[in-house]
Design a protein. Structure first.
Length: 130
């Protein structure tokens, strides 16, 4: 992982102040090879790995997905709303917020519509058997 502040210092000392690699390494307390690697790299912005923190909802995601799928096939008047689903999850032991359940449902719904759209594109692309 490249630290941008350290990269700036190394490049400034080397390019502008003409400080030798050994001196830069000594001043910063890092290896000469590290200094050399920083100078050779063309990266100027740090890149961070995408952070994926576990959620309290992860244990209930299969159950929630099943409920959401079951609700989509019911007539509109017979469907449970997300607040009712959140209450049912709380009865199972879920201690998270309604907002997490709503976000999960939005993401699930978007995934379902993507699958439907991609499936309809595949069938539309097929040549007719005439």
């Amino acid at each position: 992982m490249i630290d941008v502040a350290l990269l700036g210092i190394i490049r400034r000392w080397h390019l502008r102040d003409q400080v030798p690699l050994r001196e830069i390494a000594r001043r910063l307390g890092i290896s000469r090879n590290t200094v050399r690697r920083y100078l050779r790299s063309e990266i100027t912005e740090p890149s961070y790995a995408e952070r994926r923190a576990s959620s309290a909802l992860d244990k209930y995601s299969l159950q929630l997905s099943g409920w959401l799928k079951a609700e989509t096939v019911k007539p509109r008047k017979q469907r449970r709303n997300l607040k009712q689903i959140h209450e049912d999850l709380k009865e199972l032991g879920y201690e998270g917020s309604y907002d997490r359940v709503a976000a999960f449902a939005r993401q699930w719904k978007a995934g379902q519509s993507d699958r439907v759209n991609s499936a309809s594109k595949r069938t539309a692309d097929r040549p007719s058997g005439d």
